[in-house]
Design a protein around this ligand. Structure first.
Ligand code: BGC
Ligand code: NOJ
Length: 811
């Protein structure tokens, strides 16, 4: 069942009923100011850091689920309603939510009054525009009240949700004309404040939540809108809000627009005050002046559209499959932008207070993002590398505001360092900017301890190479990519975090997955060394990689698939020999080792992927492991803590599905790769939205696996490495166009189902038009470049400004 439809021409998903199977959200902003907005106007916004600089309040796991947002209440002759449906839930004769790229427009009509709310963050601004367009569609004049509403968060979202003995006394506001200023803690150490403005004269305002809503009421039956009169309250402590009250009249057919602006301002410390106790509003007034008319809003929205048009033109496919086109051309790159910005911090499943920017996650997010804005990828690489420790290991995350590593979700995940090499390689392949390797980058943010980025990569490589276990395989540390494989944790006590709790320091638990990564990513490190004239180091690196490959085939092969790991006691994980009730096969090394080319020549690769098909594939995607762990295992940790079929215990953990897709292209089975792709790519799931439940335009982290009662039900939409990796799988391996070290690689491997397509790829200033006839999915290709047949699959990089025409026959 569908709950809307794609509008590809406008690059929007159009939701036509408020009652979707779960709140379907969108993101506003892509630089410093960010907002989350649901199809019912729910959500919140923040400046740079969802934990430390939260502007508006949101209560997670609320009842109803999606309560609290930027709301507009209308009171027409005593009939009070909200055009976003929530929170008043009054019947609407028309409802529509259009989620577009960086904006959302929600329309509701009742009693012949059409109210449309447009939400977006203009490029370059630290503010959200909420433009309300009201139209009288009836035949008699209308006179009604409009009330805006936002609830402020007292900045630090964690304290805001916990430290009430303090918070209920700190709230402060100022009201000047049509602008409400939120200045809690501005009197002391904060140099920032927020404001909510409307470009019209108000008939009243409110800033005290209890007065506006009523102590015993909720968002759905608030006092002021129901009574139709603002109370002009000035908050003192408790919960500051901002609400404007407006009198509106509309002749039949008449339309009026109001521009509301929710802004964030920082003042230099010396310029904080206009006079004692009164904030200096100069910067806020400048921001307000930039959005005081709907013409300015239209121009800013136009700029946002153009911005996205430009970004998306860097990779585009035209094929006969409209679902494929909309995933590759619109929604997948859009999600990559969002994951790049948010990492795993703020979504409807990530509270914004738990996790900052992940070391591993952010490096992988680069893979699907780097072709959009390479300069920002560069900056991110430096930020990430600056949190690395001198021994090559890493904090698992850092806070975006301070850019410093923190230990909230631990450290010592031994896969982390390798992802930095992968991220840097993707950046250099895209841009040719080898200069980044010479940048001086600190360790653990200590300016007195810095080295070149190249040296950081060496330490990453060596951190794995110098930490091998008894089988010559990499030690897993706290865990590898699978955060839940906690082989040294041994937690017996409830409430201990598997991610941070006491690690045994034994040097026995080994990861075949990290070995696969080393073989996959190590050659990139060697190539980089070669470019820097360090051929001895390149030779050393290649020798270590070759040794690791031998170790995998000798100690990491189980007969029909790759083993997953050895535990603390040296027992095999993910083996046919594992006892009843334990998993016998796990997905990660199957995909990753084959991506690395291990066993391709000798047959193990094909066997491993056949085992994946036989044991892990389902109608909704490939599960992580099978059978699921039945009982908790203290020597395995969190993986065995989940009920069978969910999350890392046999859920369809989408992030690793593209590894299998890419692996299938490595052994020349493009048809199978595309079959797996269609199982998890959201546009193909639109028709089963009632089962899938999350947004049909973005990937979710997890879909319940075959052992779960709710097989096919997704959770944790938006912030997942699936975004980047599935973009890589489809665009670089199945459609087959990717920048490599020495040129653009063109090697489609998708099969007959997409018989003909054209990819337009911009790279290093040149444009490549690649027309493909695909008669089979073996990965065999013949290329004709500007009329001349070439050998192989690498098209040399062309001069900036030129256009290269490529004809490709893929069989
Ligand atoms: C989840 C993992 C996640 C980890 C992050 C675990 O509870 O299952 O998916 O990576 O927390 O800290
Ligand atoms: C989610 C985390 O963000 C990611 O880093 C991890 O690899 C996966 N979970 C698997 O555990």
């Amino acid at each position: 069942m569908r709950f809307g439809h794609f509008d590809d021409a406008r690059r929007e998903y159009v939701i036509t009923t408020p009652k979707t199977p779960y709140p379907w959200i969108n993101y506003l902003g892509s630089e410093q100011f960010f907002g989350l907005v649901s199809h019912q106007g729910g959500g919140y916004c923040f400046y740079r850091d969802a934990r430390l600089r939260r502007l508006t309040r949101y209560r997670y796991n609320n009842v109803p689920t999606d309560s609290g947002g930027r709301y507009f209440y209308i009171n027409e002759g005593g009939d009070t309603w909200t055009p976003t449906f929530m929170p008043m839930k009054k019947e609407l004769s028309f409802f529509e939510c259009r989620h577009g790229l960086g904006y959302t427009q929600i329309t509701g009509t009742r009693n012949g009054l059409r109210a449309e709310v447009l939400y977006f963050v203009p490029i370059g601004q630290t503010a959200e525009v909420h433009q309300v367009t009201l139209k009288n569609e009836g035949s008699t004049p209308k006179r009604f009240k409009l009330f805006s509403f936002v609830e402020f968060c007292l900045w630090n979202a964690h304290d805001d949700a916990t430290n009430f003995q303090r918070n209920f006394s700190t709230g402060e506001v100022e009201v000047v004309g049509s602008t409400i200023y939120h200045k809690t803690e501005y009197r002391e150490r904060r140099d920032h404040f927020a404001f909510y403005h409307v470009n019209a004269q108000v008939s009243g305002f409110d800033t005290d939540r209890e007065s506006f809503i009523g102590l015993y009421n909720g968002f759905g039956d608030p006092d002021v809108p129901s009574a139709g009169e603002s109370k002009n309250t000035v908050a003192s402590g408790w919960s500051p809000i901002a609400s404007h009250g407006l009198d509106v009249t509309l002749a039949p057919g008449e339309e009026k627009k109001f521009v509301f602006l929710l802004g964030y301002v920082e003042n230099p410390r010396a310029e904080k005050w206009e006079k004692p106790g009164i904030i200096n509003k100069t910067r806020a007034e400048q921001l307000i002046a930039a959005f005081s008319s709907s013409e300015q809003v239209t121009a800013a929205l136009g700029k946002l559209r153009e911005h996205w048009e430009g970004l998306l033109s860097n990779y585009a496919v035209e094929s006969g499959d409209e679902k494929l086109n909309r995933m590759v051309n619109i929604w997948n790159p859009y999600q990559c932008m969002v994951t790049f910005n948010m990492s795993r911090s703020a979504s409807y499943f990530e509270s914004g207070i738990g996790r900052g920017m992940g070391f591993r996650d952010s490096n992988q997010d680069l893979l699907g993002f780097v072709h959009l804005v390479p300069e920002r990828a560069r900056e991110r690489i430096i930020d990430i590398a600056s949190t690395q420790f001198a021994d090559g290991s890493a904090y698992h995350q850092y806070q975006p505001l301070t850019k410093r590593g923190n230990n909230d979700v631990g450290s010592g995940f031994n896969d982390d360092p390798l992802w930095l090499i992968l991220g840097v390689s993707a950046y250099i392949k895209e841009t040719g900017d080898y200069g980044i390797l010479d940048e001086q980058v600190p360790f653990d943010n200590d300016p007195n301890n810095a080295a070149t980025l190249l040296e950081h990569l060496k330490r990453s490589f060596d951190h794995v190479g110098h930490n091998l276990g008894p089988h010559g395989l990499p030690l897993i540390g706290r865990a590898d990519w699978n955060d839940c494989l906690n082989l040294n944790c041994f937690s017996e006590t409830p409430d201990e975090s598997f991610q941070t709790t006491g690690n045994r320091t034994g040097r026995t638990a080994e990861s075949v997955f990290i070995a696969g990564m080393f073989v996959h990513i190590g050659p990139d490190y060697a190539k980089i060394c070669e470019y820097k004239g360090q051929s001895a180091e390149a030779t050393r690196a290649r020798a270590e990689v070759a040794k690791m490959e031998r170790a995998v085939l000798e100690h990491g092969w189980d007969g029909e698939w790759f083993l997953r790991a050895y535990d603390f006691f040296g027992n095999k994980i993910g083996s046919k020999d594992c006892p009843e009730g334990d998993s016998k096969i796990l997905i990660e090394p199957q995909g990753y080792c084959v991506m690395a080319g291990i066993g391709v020549a000798t047959g193990e690769a094909k066997l491993a992927l056949d085992s994946v098909k036989e044991r892990l594939d389902t109608r909704y995607g490939i599960v992580l492991n099978n059978p699921p762990y039945r009982d908790y295992h203290v020597e395995l940790g969190e993986i065995s803590s989940y009920p069978p079929g969910y999350k890392e215990n046999a859920g369809i953990f989408c992030h690793n599905n593209p590894w299998v897709m890419i692996a299938e292209t490595v052994i020349g089975r493009g048809e199978r790769a595309f079959e797996y792709y269609k199982k998890i790519a959201p546009a193909y799931l639109e028709d089963i939205s009632e089962i899938h439940r999350t947004e049909p335009y973005v990937y979710s982290q997890m879909i319940a696996g075959k052992d779960a009662p709710r097989h096919g039900e997704a959770k944790n939409s938006w912030l997942t490495g699936t975004g980047s990796w599935n973009f890589v799988a489809i665009s670089q391996y199945m459609l087959g166009v990717r920048p490599e070290w020495d040129g653009l690689c063109v090697k489609p491997c998708i099969g007959k189902e997409v018989p003909e397509f054209t990819v337009t790829r911009k790279c290093r200033g040149a444009t490549y038009r690649i027309h493909v006839k695909s008669t089979g999915g073996t990965g065999q290709v013949k290329l004709v470049v500007d009329g001349t047949p070439i050998e192989g699959v690498i098209v040399p990089f062309a001069k900036p400004g030129s256009t290269v025409h490529i004809e490709c026959e893929a069989s």
